[in-house]
Design a protein around this ligand. Structure first.
Ligand code: GLV
Ligand code: MN
Ligand code: MN
Length: 418
């Protein structure tokens, strides 16, 4: 831990907040009038405002708030004597995808705060310390690498690579970290902090239809689908839209469009695979300009990591052929890779004892819990999303389920803390 960003206090709030009340506090932060929903990239004004809100909420509860060397916030409920070994950690993230829903990330943070209230209102006082962690850049929407904070904490990304990641405006992560009082020289694996985590439990909105189909409000996670991100750059010849005959073009946009369809077809032909191109940038991007280059990003997911690798190789091969056919060239660069994660079976059993009604569900979405799972026992709790839609403004949780989620998280934490 490097900095204390909120005062520890002996005064503990006596009221129990609702998740709905906490979520409504932040409902106006980071709304996106153009895309709809919320745009809260890491270290944007919106995300910084959410961090301030969290620090304020944690401080009100008497938690001791610190920011670690990688920019994650930790709010500690210490036990007498202050020993933090074997702590139980919960939490999630406050950053969002562009035009995302309100619940992806903040629900886990609000539920953690509400769970602390529920536990503080009970006796006896838990035997193990608890921390609420808020991880930065979970979505990778600004610097391209998902779960950047937890990857840095666990050493899953080289700090030098992280320092040199660039946002769409060309700022490096090191520049933005420095502007936000985080010294980029000290980012990276933090064994001291990792050594204090006995278990991590993340509550998250479900991002698919599993709980709708089972007619249940809350589930326990079994696994996260392996996933990765690759950047494809197709280079052609920039030129004039009016004077360049159709036969004389080396148009990377046409090549990219053909590759996007190939990607869809390749994933359709591979059982259980998912492949997406959700972001595409022509350079220089003018209506009457044939692009000189098109960059686009590929997200591929499959339960078997070897199949993900072979699918990406097949896509790369097809992209080379298509690019050549259009008089262009293509480069493919891996930006991040996360193997399939099976959550800790022992911890999963403990959660099942605490939540006997909850079904077990897997997920296709990535989470900081998946990254931490490489080094600490990790579990997740999902809360029903009646739209079945996520990474979109239509993502939803009904008030009653939000409170049931916090109750379920409190039960799970109580089991682990005693
Ligand atoms: C994050 O939500 C992801 O699955 O990409
Ligand atoms: Mn999330
Ligand atoms: Mn997400």
């Amino acid at each position: 831990m490097t900095r204390t960003t909120g005062a520890s206090s002996n005064k503990t709030s006596t009221t129990t907040a609702t998740v709905t009340g906490l979520m409504s506090d932040i409902a106006g932060t980071g709304t996106d009038p153009l895309r709809g929903g919320y745009t809260r990239p890491v270290y944007s004004t919106a995300e910084l405002d959410l961090r301030t809100w969290f620090i304020d909420q944690a401080t009100k509860r008497g938690l001791s708030v610190e920011t670690d060397r990688n920019g994650a916030i930790w709010a500690w409920w210490d036990i007498p004597g202050g020993n933090r070994s074997n702590s139980i950690v919960t939490g999630s993230h406050l950053d969002s995808v562009p035009g995302g829903g309100p619940f992806d990330g903040p629900l886990g943070v609000a539920a953690a705060l509400a769970a602390v209230d529920i536990l503080k209102a009970r006796s006896p006082i838990p035997k193990r310390p608890l921390a609420i962690a808020v991880f930065p850049e979970e979505e990778g929407s600004r610097f391209g690498v998902a779960c950047l904070g937890s990857r840095l904490l666990t050493g899953a990304i080289d700090p030098n690579k992280a320092r040199n990641l660039r946002d769409p405006d060309g700022n490096t992560f090191a520049d933005i970290a420095m502007a936000n009082a985080l010294d980029p020289r000290y980012i990276g694996r933090d064994d001291q902090l990792l050594g204090q985590i006995g278990a991590f439990v993340e509550l998250h909105v479900e991002q698919g239809r599993g709980l709708i189909d089972l007619d249940q409000p809350v589930a326990i996670a079994s696994s996260i689908l392996g996933h990765g991100r690759w950047r494809l750059s197709i280079h052609g010849q920039g030129n004039h839209a009016g004077t360049t005959l159709m036969a004389d073009r080396n148009d990377p946009m046409v090549a990219a469009s053909r590759v996007v369809v190939t990607i869809r077809d390749a994933a359709r032909n591979q059982p259980h695979a998912r492949a997406t191109v959700g972001r595409l940038q022509p350079v220089p991007s003018g209506t009457n300009v044939i692009a000189s280059r098109v960059d686009f990003w590929l997200d591929v997911r499959h339960p078997e990591d070897a199949i993900t690798a072979s699918l990406v190789e097949a896509i790369h091969h097809e992209a080379r052929l298509i690019a050549a056919d259009e008089g262009c060239t293509v480069e493919l660069t891996e930006e991040s890779l996360s193997p399939t994660v099976h959550f800790d079976p022992g911890l999963q059993k403990q959660l099942q004892l605490a939540l006997p009604e909850a079904p077990i569900l897997d997920t296709g979405a990535g989470h900081d819990a998946g990254v931490l799972a490489a080094l600490v026992p990790t579990a997740m709790v999902f809360v029903r999303n009646p739209s079945g839609i996520s990474h979109s403004p239509e993502e939803h949780v009904v008030d009653e389920d939000a409170e049931l989620g916090a109750q379920a998280l409190a039960e799970a934490l109580a089991t682990l803390m005693n």
